[in-house]
Design a binder for this molecule. Structure first.
Ligand SMILES: Cc1ncc(COP(=O)(O)O)c(C=O)c1O
Length: 413
């Protein structure tokens, strides 16, 4: 079956909008995706019908608890664990990572070391750097290879030692689109006994994530990047979630996942995140005409999404060859699609990213200027203070939209 992009788009009201009499093109997915109707309906249904705090001995609270539990179950399927206690919800990836870094940081001692990377969003750098500073330990940074925008794997292996307590690395870069070989990096970290933390925020809307296959100790993502609401999700191995010295209130549960979910959660957002997973599963079901279980449906959907995105990327890069005024900061080798997601960063000699984004925005083409908080990369590449113009495709983008973007670039430049 061909990819049903038109019926997908019908489910996203935001994609029907016009700006200056032209249909909007959302190329701002790396900053946040649009959401399908069923996600908004799940959230309003929770708020209108089962809105309650947890664990009271009356029916509305019990129904609310059931919906929250279903959220853990959906995200467990999405991330590839069968243990729903390993799924923690929180305000966003950044807050969850700060909470985890404070807890893990308490276990570090003088002489310990940690490793972060130059290709990461700062949310996977600063929380660790600050916890390391508090504990008085050393932080290493895996350098980015500026010839092909990959992390230097040789340098990484040299940084690993018995002193390494943590490796924190991104699955995919939100600036260059590079996909890091995290499975191999996790295995190497485990050989020296280090804990691994994967930032999968940028990867989640593009490819299947399977924490069991990766064998990571922790992994975070954010539902607002994969067609859900503003809420963060953290997977952690049960043993570590149970044993690490988390900062928590006395009356809050010591069992999982409550041990890590401090304060009252956004139950409606948990329902929305579950609905986003079900939206993807439903797409997989449609494409495969009836695959039965949710995990297999998500597999099918993510496979199809990735193929569609490769098609968009190939078309985009082929047409961009017509334009030599833009410099692409990322992999452009058509034989290396597996190593990137469809996120493209550009600079132009005279027009700033801010100016390019402003002019494209007037044509209804929504792109993003700046450093995208991927500041270790923009600093290493000499791209501060203006950063890049970032164009990101998601599965609801079309070849026609890509053509409109390249045509507009041609007009502007
Ligand atoms: C790769 C990456 N990591 C982390 C974050 C931070 O996520 P959150 O906004 O959920 O804190 C972002 C947000 O853009 C991101 O793109």
């Amino acid at each position: 079956m061909s990819f049903p992009v038109e019926s997908i788009r019908e489910q996203f009201p935001a994609l029907q909008r016009q700006i200056n009499d032209r249909p909007v093109c959302h190329f701002d997915g790396p900053a946040g995706s649009q959401i399908p109707k069923q996600v908004a309906s799940a959230m309003s249904d929770y708020l209108l019908n089962t809105n309650s705090n947890r664990s009271a001995p009356f029916i509305v609270s019990q129904e609310s608890d059931e919906r929250v539990d279903a959220g853990h179950s959906a995200l467990a399927d999405f991330l590839g664990t069968t243990d729903t206690g390993e799924i923690v919800f929180g305000q966003n990836m950044t807050s969850l990572t700060f909470a985890l870094s404070r807890a893990i940081g308490k276990t570090w001692q003088s002489g310990d070391e940690i490793i972060v990377s130059q290709l990461d969003h700062d949310a996977n750098v600063s929380p660790w750097v600050q916890a390391a500073k508090d504990a008085g330990i050393v932080v290493h940074h895996i350098p980015v290879n500026l010839e092909d925008y990959t992390l230097d794997q040789i340098a990484y292996r040299k940084l690993l030692s018995k002193r390494t307590k943590l490796v924190a690395v991104g699955y995919a870069s939100n600036a260059t689109g590079t996909v890091n070989p995290v499975k191999e990096m996790i295995a190497a970290a485990h050989e020296v006994g280090a804990i691994t933390f994967i930032d999968a925020v940028h990867m989640a809307p593009h490819r299947r994530i399977d924490v069991t296959d990766l064998d990571c100790d922790f992994l975070c993502c954010s539902a607002y990047k994969f067609f859900g609401p503003h809420i963060g999700i953290m997977y952690g191995k049960r043993k570590l979630l149970e044993s690490l010295p988390v900062y928590k209130l006395r009356p809050s549960p010591n069992s999982l996942p409550g041990r890590w979910m401090s304060g009252t959660q956004s139950h409606e957002s948990i329902c929305g995140a579950a609905a986003a997973v079900d939206y993807l599963a439903n797409l997989g079901k449609t494409i495969s005409s009836g695959t039965a279980d949710r995990t297999s449906q998500i597999n099918v959907a993510m496979q199809a999404i990735s193929q569609h995105e490769i098609k968009l990327s190939k078309h985009f890069l082929n047409r961009l060859a017509e334009l030599d005024a833009l410099k692409l900061w990322g992999i452009n080798d058509p034989n290396r699609w597996e190593e990137r997601v469809p996120t493209f960063s550009f600079t132009h000699d005279s027009l700033s990213p801010q100016e390019l984004a402003r002019q494209l925005g007037e044509h209804g083409l929504l792109t993003w200027p700046g450093n995208h908080y991927a500041i270790p990369f923009t600093e290493a590449a000499g791209l501060e203070p203006e950063g890049t113009l970032r164009v990101g495709f998601l599965h609801y983008n079309t070849l026609e939209e890509v053509d409109r973007l390249v045509d507009s670039f041609q007009e502007l430049l």
